[in-house]
Design a protein around this ligand. Structure first.
Ligand code: NAP
Length: 301
């Protein structure tokens, strides 16, 4: 069921092309949208532009920040903004406590600041429905990167997928669909059993050292240093690593470079390779989330 957002005022703060697709979808559902950081964007009918974030916070029921959150100084990435936007102490203090803040990924400092000020913060990066849907553009983007980085076809390649979670499963399935010989690396027996059922070669993480030398392409989705010096030394120098795990990735990139192994960190693939789909995914998930949050702070919504 599509949730109606009539009468709800939202501030969309910064972001990239995803927001250009998200905003009209939220407007179609009846939301009134204030945009911060869209001065250089193609015009979006009905969008009210506000010059500074601090002016927006008191005008809306909820604040929507981008998936990648802020940097360590509180700078919000705004592809179409004409001046920097900071989510800093001054802005946080101006946010009414009944106005929740939706953000992809919140730094620990931001979380403790909002905790102290009594502001509700909702991190969306880890919502299962969003992570699973986002795994589609992520997997496509990773395969695109692998195609560009290797002199071989994916078809027939010995591809390893490390981490069989929401992204890993989608990636493994797509790779199989293209005809790769896929090894699925996991540490849970249930995941290895499922890998067997799907036709992947299951490899327990503790046995990876023994097998990694066979890999032509390694896709890492485990958010930990799994491709460390020991593992890299066992790899073929012709192998290519596409590391999807969140920054800093799961690869010792410096050491890989020293060994002559091509290793690429691939952050933010959905917004990069398929902003329209990624924006529509946000538009599919956010309305229910917004209504749920607002009904908690204001039962009349
Ligand atoms: P997920 O569902 O939690 O899956 C992560 C997988 O990694 C799980 O199978 C987990 O195994 C495994 N893992 C975690 N720590 C490990 C370790 N120390 N050693 C071995 N395996 C380990 O997460 P996800 O949604 O697939 O996302 C995976 C990563 O990709 C995250 O960092 C996420 O932020 C990132 N991501 C990046 C993009 C992009 O555009 N680059 C897009 C989507 C997601 P267990 O179940 O045994 O813990």
């Amino acid at each position: 069921m599509v949730a109606g957002l009539k009468g709800i005022r939202l501030a969309v703060v910064g972001g990239d092309d995803r927001e250009l697709y998200l905003i009209p979808e939220l407007q179609k559902l009846g939301a009134y949208i204030v945009g911060v950081g869209f001065e250089k964007a193609p015009p979006i009918p009905g969008l009210t532009l506000v010059e500074s974030l601090i002016d927006a916070v008191s005008q809306v029921d909820m604040l929507l920040f981008p998936m990648f959150g802020t940097d360590e100084r509180g700078l919000v990435k705004a592809k179409y903004g004409s001046s920097p936007i900071y989510l800093n102490k001054e802005v946080l203090q101006a946010i009414p406590t009944k106005v929740p803040l939706l953000i992809g990924w919140a730094r620990p400092a931001l979380k403790s600041a909002t905790d102290m000020l009594g502001i509700r913060i909702i991190e969306t990066n880890n919502l299962p429905e969003l992570a699973i849907l986002n795994s589609i553009p992520s997997a496509e983007g990773a395969i695109q990167m692998a195609m560009e980085a290797t002199p071989i076809t994916i078809h027939g390649s010995k591809s390893f997928v490390i981490g069989l979670g929401r992204t890993g499963w989608t990636l493994a399935r797509m790779l199989m669909g293209i005809g790769a010989h896929v090894s699925g690396v996991a540490r849970k027996n249930a995941d290895l059993a499922r890998a067997t059922e799907m036709g992947l070669r299951p490899i327990h993480f503790s046995d990876l050292e023994e097998y990694i030398g066979q890999a032509e392409i390694v896709f890492n989705t485990a958010p930990a240093l799994v491709l460390d010096r020991v593992m890299l030394e066992k790899m073929s120098r012709d192998a290519v690593i596409i590391d999807l795990a969140s920054i800093p990735g799961g690869t010792d990139f410096e050491y890989a470079q020293m060994l002559g192994i091509k290793a690429l960190l691939a952050p933010g693939l959905p917004g990069m390779v398929a902003p329209k789909t990624a924006g529509k995914i946000l538009a599919e998930v956010y309305p229910q989330l917004i209504l749920r949050q607002l009904s908690t702070v204001n039962p009349m919504v």
